[in-house]
Design a protein around this ligand. Structure first.
Ligand code: NIG
Ligand code: FE
Length: 434
């Protein structure tokens, strides 16, 4: 199949300023409507011996290499990258990260390895609060430089778009600071960032005795965040030791009234019914689901809410195997995978690592892992229909992998197979020129 656009200069040809040629396996993701479920979530839409062409950052055509010169007119000075038989896939979309933070928490990892639980550490003032103290103390410029460094690493691992949450401020000033860092990094870095307001990440100590007062404070933050267009989504950590179901509902309903789309950290540490709440509220995604109930799975299967699974987090927390991935996939739920990159529960930024864990621990097939990290991830990040696949008009965000077999991406566990990353039609990373 060859897609064509009407605006061409030579009759019957599409005009392109960028092309990747001689692709061994092009994973188009077979762009359709909405997130993929069931058998569709196995379909990578592979074209062998293929080309992929774009103009001004958007895909204009793909198809068999044999028809490339017949179908594509290259602009003078066009960038043509010869893939020499390698695999090309859409850039990964990391639909759940906490990428803006100061400090690390290695000592807590040591404590957890010796048997302390995540909640015990949090109760002693560590956990999220430790990162909140560091993030409040850091300057905006420090946070920008740090975040840009993390984004560089993500890009080198094949991520081209990324959701990014606030939630290490827990007061208006620092929440806004984090969201402005996201805005600035989005401007400065090739990775596209989708911002999420997560003032409801934890109760700060100054409000520990008065939960209601902090909930009111989070609700008060919604207006300034929204009116400055600093976040598209609002997210709540609905779990034991954090926000109850009723508190989460209150915050999310208010957020929706302010025009936020919704996400929930759901059923991570214990089952609280947060997945059911996410479906009831029409949340775009509910994330974690390590302890999701059968009722939660059934509701997800019948809803548009995407189950975002974070297998690096569950592994890092020692929660094996993790979320019931196979059950969710078999139920017909739409499933994405993401890193959850943060200093407490997941220090990994690698989507290929998450794909391996999804296959080895959660029961995904490699094909399902690819769909979950690209096409479905785009929907979870609010980028559905514009990225995560190679449909006409989609972002030319592509990764060339140093292999001729896409199975190697999850299989070659721990090796970075990314050869070249193309963002909006421009090569932005290559192995020989990092
Ligand atoms: O997604 N669950 C809540 N938030 C993060 C952890 C944040 C932290 O520990 O700093 C998560 O796991
Ligand atoms: Fe998270």
């Amino acid at each position: 199949m060859v897609d064509t656009v009407s605006a061409h200069r030579q009759p019957g040809k599409v005009f392109a300023d960028m092309a990747i040629t001689n692709i061994g396996q092009l994973l188009t993701m077979n762009p359709g409507k909405g997130p993929k479920r069931g058998a569709e979530a196995q379909d990578l839409g592979i074209i062998e011996n293929a080309f992929l062409a774009s103009h001004e950052g958007k895909v204009v055509a793909c198809g068999p290499q044999a028809v490339f010169s017949e179908k594509v007119e290259l602009a003078a000075g066009a960038t043509v990258t010869d893939a020499r038989g390698k695999v090309v896939a859409p850039g990964f979309i990391d639909s759940h990260t906490h990428v803006v933070f100061a400090g690390w928490r290695g000592e807590e990892y040591g404590m957890r390895s010796r048997g302390a639980s995540y909640l015990e550490i949090a109760a002693q003032g560590g956990g999220i609060m430790s990162t909140v103290r560091a993030t409040r103390a850091a300057s905006k410029e420090e946070l920008i430089q740090r975040t840009l460094g993390f984004l560089d690493e993500m890009l080198s691992l094949g991520t081209t778009s990324c959701e990014a949450k606030s939630g290490y401020g827990l007061n208006l000033e620092t929440e806004i600071k984090q969201l402005e860092v996201i805005q600035e990094c989005n401007r400065l870095h090739p990775i596209d960032l989708v911002p999420t307001f997560m003032g409801a990440h934890a109760f700060p100590p100054e409000f520990k005795q008065d939960r209601k007062a902090y909930i009111d404070e989070v609700i008060r933050m919604l207006e300034p965040v929204r009116s400055r267009n600093l976040a598209r989504f609002a997210d709540v950590f609905c779990d034991v030791g954090n926000f109850t179901l009723e508190e989460s509902r209150l915050i999310l309903e208010e957020a929706r009234k302010h025009g936020f789309e919704l996400k929930i950290h759901a059923d991570e540490l214990e089952n609280t019914g947060a997945t059911e709440l996410a479906c009831e509220l029409g949340a775009v995604s509910c994330d974690h689901l390590i302890k999701v109930s059968q009722e939660g799975i059934d509701m997800l299967a019948g809803s548009d809410t995407i189950a975002v699974l974070l297998p690096a987090t569950s592994s890092f927390l020692g929660e094996f195997p993790g979320a019931p991935g196979r059950k969710l996939l078999d139920s017909g739920a739409a499933v994405a995978i993401a890193t959850d990159f943060n200093p407490g529960t997941c220090t990994a930024m690698s989507i290929p690592l998450c794909m391996t864990l999804a296959c080895s621990a959660l029961g995904f097939s490699p094909e399902e892992a690819f769909v979950a990290a690209t096409w479905n991830a785009a929907w979870a990040a609010g980028l559905g229909g514009t990225a995560g696949g190679f449909g006409q008009g989609f972002a030319m965000d592509a990764v060339i992998f140093d292999t001729n077999n896409y199975l190697d991406v999850p299989y070659r566990f721990g090796t970075n197979l990314v050869d070249t990353v193309i963002k909006a039609g421009k090569p932005v990373r290559s192995k020989n020129n990092k």
